[in-house]
Structure formats: structure tokens, C-alpha cells
Design a protein around this ligand. Structure first.
Ligand code: SAH
Length: 235
């Protein structure tokens, strides 16, 4: 069983003495050292990473580490990815205002908030009901009205709102789930970690003229995508 997230249920700031401004310097530092220095220069993505308060998406005990160069736990087996990975996936997805985007693996809702800040209408799907509920509440509280959180198995995509100009999968798949390719719009981009349970490469897949072409990006380590078109539940 998961502990209820105190930050989410408190309905306000995790630490009363902390204000958003306290984290501005940390966010600037994160952008400089973790993103620009690694060659990430997409201005819209850097603006989004500066604007979205990552410390609101982590567990209360990790607020002080929210802008560190590493993933952080958000549940018993779930993690919020390292800032660089969120930024790299967002840049690869080439979001334009008005795009319809699908995220598979809502987790904390942080990646969804970045996509919404970039101007997308976001459908994000999460298999863990507690995380889905907490992310829905958190995103509403922070004013991300363009995000809809769905509880379900995202390895089947989410046909109800397809086609998508961008699909981001933030859990590791053994292979690209066919429904995601079907739900990708002509000209659309799919960003997905593919590999074994412990090591994957991010793939950027384009759909043009009904065909798909893939490009390999960074090596990554995501938690497994568990579902009908992905890994089976571990016993
Ligand atoms: N993008 C998130 C982090 C995701 S961690 C963030 O910004 O915080 C990966 C998440 O994928 C976990 O929460 C896990 O429960 C979820 N997940 C795994 N398999 C899934 C599936 N088939 N459908 C939807 N979510 C899934």
C-alpha cells in the first residue's frame, strides 16, 4: 500500500516557510548545469523547465532534492525522471501550441505539466490508481487545466482522443506497442524508451506518409511499462 502524499493532500505548499521564489535560483542552476551544458538549447523547453515548479511534484521528504541531477522516488516502484531526461524527451517531441499529446505513465504529473506549458492539450494515462488520483489533484491545484489524467493501461494508448501529434512514453517498453503507432498522427512524433527491464535507449519515431522511421537518442533507465502490450505483471 502507498502512503498518501502529504504534499498533495495538504492542498498547499509542502513547507509553509518555502516560497516559489526560494527555488528560482535552483531552477536557474539546473537549467545551466544540467541542460545547457549537456547541449540542450531549445528555448521553449528551457522556459518550461524554468516555469514548472518541480518541487511541487516530489514527495515532501525530497523537496530539498527536487532540482538535483537525478531521478527521485514518487511511489513504491515509481520515479520522477531526472530533469535532463524530461527536457530531452520534451525537446524530441517538438511540441507546437495546439498539439494533442498523449503521455503514458503519468507518475507525478511533472512531464505532463511541461507538455501543457509548451501549449499541448495533454492526455496522460497512469496504471497506478493512487498516483493517477494524486497527479489529477496536484495538476488541478497548480492550474494545469489542459491536462486530463486517465487511470488505465496506456500500453494500449488512449484511442478516445487520438490521433496525437506527440506521444511520450515514460516507462520502459520491450518493444513499441502497436496501438501507439496507430494512434500517432501523420507527421507525429513518438518518444519511447525501448530495451530490457534495466537498460533502454530512447527512440524518436516519426510517422510520414503512413510509414514510420526511428532514431536512437540517449541511453536511459526507466521503470517498466507493465500492460497488455508491454511487460507482464511480475509475480
Ligand atoms: N512521467 C512521470 C514519471 C513516470 S514513472 C513523471 O513525470 O513523474 C513511470 C510510470 O509509468 C509509473 O507511475 C508507472 O505506474 C506507470 N506505468 C507503468 N506501466 C504503465 C501502463 N501500462 N500504463 C500507464 N502507466 C504505466
Amino acid at each position: 500500500m502507498m502512503e498518501p502524499a502529504a504534499a498533495a493532500s495538504a492542498g498547499g505548499f509542502p513547507h509553509p516557510a518555502m516560497h516559489d521564489a526560494d527555488f528560482e535560483a535552483e531552477r536557474r542552476d539546473m537549467i545551466e548545469r544540467q541542460l545547457r551544458r549537456r547541449g540542450l538549447h531549445d528555448k521553449k523547453v528551457l522556459d518550461a523547465m524554468f516555469a514548472v515548479p518541480r518541487h511541487e511534484f516530489v514527495l515532501p521528504e525530497y523537496v530539498g532534492a527536487a532540482y538535483d541531477d537525478r531521478p527521485l522516488p514518487i511511489g513504491p516502484a515509481e520515479t520522477i525522471p531526472q530533469p535532463y531526461i524530461v527536457a530531452a524527451m520534451s525537446a524530441a517531441a517538438q511540441i507546437e501550441p495546439g498539439d494533442c499529446a498523449l503521455e503514458v505513465g503519468t507518475g507525478s504529473g511533472y512531464q505532463a505539466a511541461i507538455l501543457a506549458y509548451l501549449g499541448a492539450r495533454v492526455y496522460t494515462i497512469e496504471r497506478n490508481p493512487e498516483l493517477a488520483g494524486q497527479a489529477r489533484e496536484r495538476l488541478a491545484r497548480l492550474g494545469y487545466t489542459a491536462v486530463e489524467v486517465i487511470h488505465g493501461d496506456g500500453s494500449n494508448g488512449y484511442a478516445a482522443a487520438a490521433p496525437y501529434q506527440a506521444i511520450l512514453v515514460t516507462a520502459a517498453a520491450p518493444a513499441v506497442p502497436p496501438p501507439l503507432l496507430e494512434q500517432l498522427d501523420e507527421g507525429g512524433r513518438l518518444v519511447i524508451p525501448v530495451g530490457d527491464r534495466y537498460h533502454q535507449f530512447l527512440q524518436l519515431i516519426f510517422k510520414h506518409g503512413g510509414r514510420t522511421a526511428a532514431r536512437l537518442l540517449d541511453p536511459v533507465q526507466f521503470v517498466p511499462l507493465v500492460g497488455q502490450q508491454a511487460w507482464p505483471e511480475q509475480t
